[in-house]
Design a protein around this ligand. Structure first.
Ligand code: G6P
Length: 613
């Protein structure tokens, strides 16, 4: 959700913070602000709207200093407005805070503080944090102790960064609960703080991720980490290999288009080092998978949200087809309250681009409580979903900035495929010939995706015909059914056109009533085991006067005569076909939204990491 940046060091903090926020704007973009200690005094600039508004404000009324914090907001409590934008300052003006998360008991704390005479100046839950810290500070405590005492009173999950004009030599950052990641970047006599890596990668690759219930005291030259009750903690520094350039837009108009095009590389990276084509083997060492456990697994639950859940739906089919282990996909927000049946040999596999989605983390906690083995497939390195798991697969997709997820959709499909091959191999249920053939199919994928991308002009031409449409139906079957969901999700997220994904066989049980000349139908009909069925689905849609756009395999002789437009994809082993069929649908959604003149990378009301329930 919200993005947080902090800086302490010899540079002017203002541009460092603005730059960092720019790289985190995908996390929230309804308002933004920063605070800098200038001449022993806290100076705040904040405004509603995108970061450019804040940048304008800062150039009109400049502010500079060597220590500062900033925030880009996705509103939860209080409408987007300048007074609700972070940073929030306490009543005495000594302490300022930025925050990611929800203070679940804020009403209680607010009323107690108000009863003591505290006057609040925003409608946010966040403000109670800073008012609490100031109250403890006024009893004679230093910033760190006051912060710790305050945090002990907060319910919910948070990333919090604070500074005080009374102690301008430090920034205090804390992480409470699962959501609200905090990463500290270690520079040369300077330190960076952020909710997420892209904000600091251009400055340093040396990072420390805070664990839940840890407080970091950050000075120019050092970092101390302790628990919420002040006990010192030994932290681990990590070197991050992500390329900061890959978090730049470069020649592309939007991050989303860049990320769609990066899939040849991200899929190559996903496979690299993990498959041995010569012996037809897969290696996933971070899973910590023993032969005993591989054989013992009796059930797999896959859990995730949004696009990651669509990848999970495909994972269910892959795992069941290749390993024959019963597998269920449950949306994380349902899993956590669904009283799932978990036995000793149940595996819970969470998929998350950000690694910090609140529902997914809560589902993992629930699985842990019930005794499941926890694995995760995660893109953002060092995040909670990676760290709390017993084993993980790192997606290798690189930073994904566009709010609509693309390359972090195809990477986990390939991960799930590799996992299925590995498990089946370790369980002794996969013959050598079949294993070799599955692995060799995998190696073709980046190239096949490249071929889809080469056809972007054809997709753009179809987008031109659809850009004014008001509603769109996506149909798929079998392993391409989740692609119907994903295609529809991409379109609605960024173009605000109503779109529905449907299992094609269900069309006749309802959605067929919607089909007329005004209602385009996108049909996934590649050469997979459901091809014949999809042909009759196309006939049924055409018989009702619908405009049909088909995703079809090169060389198909039948489809062009039946439909209005064809989006061609190369012939692909059917178990991997979703990785290919989704590409034209990502491009279609992108071009439609771009042609409608919309903000593709930061669609309204959405956020990239949803760290609240
Ligand atoms: C948000 C994003 C989606 C994403 C979902 C799950 O809703 O807008 O693009 O698929 O969260 O995110 P995760 O980081 O857990 O994959």
């Amino acid at each position: 959700m919200c993005g947080i940046v902090g800086y302490i060091g010899p540079q002017n903090a203002t541009p460092v913070i603005l730059n960092g926020l720019k790289r985190l704007e995908y996390r929230g973009y309804d308002s933004a602000g920063l605070a800098v200690i200038q001449n022993s005094h806290i100076e705040i600039r904040r405004d509603v709207g995108k970061l450019t508004k804040l940048a304008e404000l800062v150039s009109e009324i400049p502010v500079s200093g060597h220590v500062g914090i900033g925030h880009t907001r996705w509103a939860t409590h209080g409408e987007p407005s300048a007074r609700n934008a972070h940073p929030h300052i306490g009543m005495t003006g000594n302490v300022v805070v930025v925050h990611n998360g929800i203070v679940e008991n804020y009403r209680e704390l607010h009323d107690d503080l108000a009863a003591e005479g505290v006057v609040f100046s925003s409608d946010t839950d966040t403000e109670v944090i800073v008012q609490l810290v100031e109250r403890f500070q006024s009893t004679g405590l230093g910033l760190v102790e006051a912060a710790e005492k305050s945090m002990q009173q907060l319910k919910g999950a948070h990333g919090i960064v604070l500074m005080s004009s009374l102690e301008p030599d430090k920034i205090v950052a804390a992480r409470i609960g699962n959501a609200g990641g905090v990463v500290i970047g270690i520079g040369d006599h300077e330190m960076f703080i952020a909710s997420d890596l892209p904000a600091i990668l251009e400055h340093t690759r040396r990072v420390v991720f805070l664990e839940s219930c840890q407080v970091a005291i950050v000075t120019r030259d050092g970092l101390t980490v302790q628990t919420l009750d002040g006990k010192p903690v030994r932290y681990k520094e990590q070197i991050v290999s992500w390329d900061p350039i890959s978090a730049e837009k470069g020649e592309y108009r939007h991050f989303m288009l860049k990320e769609i095009n990066e899939q040849v590389r991200s899929l190559t990276d996903t496979i690299a080092g993990r498959v041995d084509v010569d012996c037809g083997k897969v290696r996933l060492p971070e899973l910590n998978l023993t032969p005993e456990f591989a054989k013992a697994i009796s059930k797999v639950y896959i859990t995730a949200c949004g696009t990651a859940a669509h990848a999970g739906m495909i994972g269910k089919i892959l795992l069941e087809r290749i390993t024959r282990i019963p597998t269920e996909l449950q949306i994380a927000s349902e899993f956590r309250y669904g009283d799932p049946i978990v036995g000793d040999n149940t595996l819970l596999l969470a998929i998350s681009q950000s690694g910090e989605t609140a529902d997914t983390l809560a589902a993992m906690e629930e699985g842990r409580k019930k005794g499941a083995r926890l694995w995760s497939i995660v893109n953002a390195i060092g995040t909670q979903a990676m760290r709390i798991a017993d084993g993980y697969i790192s997606m290798q997709a690189g930073p994904e900035i566009g709010v609509a997820s693309t390359k972090a959709f195809t990477a986990p499909i390939v991960d799930l495929y590799m996992l299925a091959v590995l498990l089946a191999d370790m369980r002794g249920t996969l013959g050598e010939k079949e294993r070799r053939s599955l692995v060799s199919g995998l190696c073709m994928i980046p190239d096949l995706v490249g071929k889809c991308l080469d056809r972007h002009l054809e997709v753009e031409a179809v987008a031109e015909t659809l850009k004014e449409t008001r509603s769109c139906l996506y149909l798929g079957r079998g392993i391409n059914m989740p692609i119907a969901y994903e295609g529809a999700l991409k379109l609605k997220e960024i173009s605000y056109i109503h779109a529905e994904g449907y299992p094609a066989g269900e069309m006749k049980h309802g959605p067929i009533a919607l089909i007329d000349r005004e209602m385009p139908v996108v049909v996934l009909a590649p050469h997979d085991p459901w091809y014949e069925k999809m042909i009759s689905q196309i006939e049924q849609a055409k018989a009702r006067g619908g405009t049909v756009i088909a995703v079809a395999t090169d060389g198909d002789q039948c489809i062009p005569s039946l439909v209005d437009h064809v989006l061609w994809v190369p012939d692909t082993p059917w178990l991997l076909s979703p990785v290919v069929t989704v590409i034209p649908l990502q491009l279609l959604a992108y071009y439609i939204a771009a042609k409608r003149g919309l903000d593709v990378d930061q669609p309204r009301n959405l956020a990239k990491s949803v760290t609240v329930e």
